[in-house]
Design a protein around this ligand. Structure first.
Ligand code: PMP
Ligand code: GLN
Length: 383
């Protein structure tokens, strides 16, 4: 077996969802929305599945979706993208990330990553032969440590992987942080792979700003989005990558040999979804912020300290507030088996969980109000 990938265990999301199912727990662990799928988008998928075709679509994605992505990025971000040469459809953001990393990294290249981080980043960087250079941001305010970030860049830096809005910290990088990062990327003649799957989940009147829109970044950035998050359909695995033609070319080569295509009917439905009135997507953040507040209020009333959440659909709570005597992994197992509520341990988002903060749990609030209320009621009976 390959020693890089086989050194990793089963992902925490799978472990916790299985445990949740075994114990009939309300699953606020693995990040997936429940009961929030937009009916019009589901109907578009059903109609497209009925109508066909059902054979290989174009390798770069169906024209309707590539045009819809370009139009979406023009409407929301003022980007001017050529759907023919600058947009590619992938089987989820997970594939898009792998395409970018395998396509751009040569063995020995350094990759700057910000920790805590999403679980697929490090294994793929390593398997591609990249050398990770991790920079940690610290709770509770998750400010970018500028000196440490600058020190992580070198003349061997190939790219920085930026996730904003960020899972699991719920941080949204601000203008001055993006400017600082852009400056480092330019200075070191590097690229930025931007995982922006939570682009429509930014709260409290703030707006998502793609790094690609910053001066000098148009040719150096790859922007990744996911219909799974934008339309609350995580099983669909429809993602997209946008980048300048020369940057997209090696990424498209990886896609060609990894998945080649993505189901046509789902691409058609996502094209429909992106083509709706932009107000529909703008409403998603308002709706989700109300769920965030509902869960945050419930958890606070039980004694948890809850961290700020500027974006994504994840809330992080400090478990010391309810007097639990143990680490985050024990806590998440304990509430699953004893209270019937599942969360994921925050330390799972670190390269070395043993050297990570051990007193936080991440809760997903992209659920129906009834599920959020039930989770809080179950925790209230327990603590
Ligand atoms: N990046 C981040 C930060 C995520 O949280 C997720 C969630 N699953 C993904 C990528 C993967 O997205 P997809 O389901 O489209 O593969
Ligand atoms: N992105 C989701 C999360 O952070 C889950 C994705 C997965 O299960 N691989 O919970």
């Amino acid at each position: 077996a390959n020693s890089v990938l086989s050194s990793y265990g089963t992902t925490i999301f799978t472990v916790m969802s299985k445990l949740a199912q075994e114990h009939g727990a309300v699953n606020l662990g693995q990040g997936f929305p429940e009961g929030l799928e937009p009916p019009a988008v589901l109907r578009a998928a059903a109609a497209a599945a009925e109508a066909g075709p059902h054979q290989y679509p174009p390798m770069m994605g169906i024209p309707a979706l590539r045009r819809a992505v370009a139009e979406h990025d023009r409407q929301f971000y003022g980007l001017d993208l050529d759907p023919e040469t600058e947009v590619m459809v992938t089987s989820g953001a997970t594939e898009a990330l792998a395409d970018c990393l395998f396509g751009l990294i040569e063995p020995g290249d350094e990759v700057v990553l910000i920790e805590p981080l999403y679980d697929s980043y490090l294994p793929i960087v390593r398997r591609a032969g990249g050398v990770p250079r991790l920079v940690r941001i610290q709770p509770p305010d998750w400010t970018l440590p500028r000196e440490a970030l600058a020190a992580a860049f070198s003349d061997r830096t190939k790219l920085v992987l930026l996730n904003s809005p960020m899972n699991p910290s719920a941080k949204v990088f601000d203008d001055s942080e993006l400017t600082f990062l852009a400056d480092l990327v330019i200075r070191h003649d590097a690229y930025a792979v931007c995982d922006e799957v939570y682009e429509h989940l930014v709260f409290d009147g703030r707006r998502h700003v793609p790094l690609m829109t910053r001066p000098g970044m148009r040719e150096r950035c790859v922007r990744i989005g996911s219909a799974g998050k934008t339309f609350s359909v995580t099983s669909w695995k429809v993602g997209y990558v946008v980048a300048a033609p020369a940057l997209l070319a090696p990424i498209a080569k990886t896609h060609q040999f990894l998945t080649f295509t993505t189901p046509t009917c789902l691409q058609t439905a996502v094209a429909f979804g992106l083509g709706q009135d932009p107000a529909v997507l703008e409403h998603l953040a308002v709706d989700m912020a109300a769920r965030r507040d509902r869960l945050a209020d419930g958890l606070r009333a039980l004694g948890f300290a809850v961290m700020d959440c500027a974006g994504t659909y994840f809330l992080t709570a400090d478990i010391r507030g309810v007097g639990f005597d143990g680490g985050d992994e024990d806590f998440c197992r304990h509430i699953t088996t004893e209270a019937g509520v599942t969360a994921v341990p925050f330390s799972a988002f670190y390269q070395d969980p043993a050297a990570a903060p051990r007193h936080y749990a991440r809760f997903c609030f992209a659920k129906l109000d009834s599920a959020l209320d039930e989770a809080v009621a179950r925790l209230a009976r327990h603590f």
